[in-house]
Design a protein around this ligand. Sequence first.
Ligand code: F6P
Length: 196
Amino acid sequence: SKVIWLSRHGESVYNVEKKIGGDSRLSERGLMYAKKLPQLLKEQGFDETNQMSAWTSTLVRTNETAQYLPFDKILPWRALNELDAGLCDGMTYEEIEEKYPEDFKERDDDKFEYRYKGGESYKDVVLRVEPVMMELERQSNVLIITHQAVLRCIYAYFMNIPQDQSPWVAIPLHTLIKLEVRPYGACKVTLIKANI
Ligand code: F6P
């Protein structure tokens, strides 16, 4: 069966500050995850003859997470960038609730359809990652390093979780996800925690 690897980027400076979006660098802990990632893959049977490639977003935090991987190909996709929070980019949830209380409530009521002012909804993200998923059908040995919202949509796709449920899928930080994709039936999932 073919194997697809998924991971969020390591913890970023914005994650620590509880700010959404942005283009910050990894925190010290996040960098530790990036350094540990090659070893986690090795422990799962990856060796350098596997010809793995990594697909990242174009943002700094996913590229920093990929920087120690001994792969030939690292491919950045704009389509893997985090859900665009528009006017709310760079704010904390508390700041959003205070400044845009109606939007905050609206998002709570319908997190899948809610579109940030000047930004995107989960539904928008599902549509824009479609070309990536199409390309993935023709590949194996790919590690996708992306962001929480995007990873929720990709994970839901593989796990046959209804797309409108994707905003609530739990995707922990510092955890490598191994998906063994089978032609029929559900994928086999293994979660490999980095313990850092
Ligand atoms: O906080 C990290 C983050 O990736 C933000 O950049 C993004 O807006 C958010 O998570 C998405 O999660 P939620 O849809 O639950 O707000």
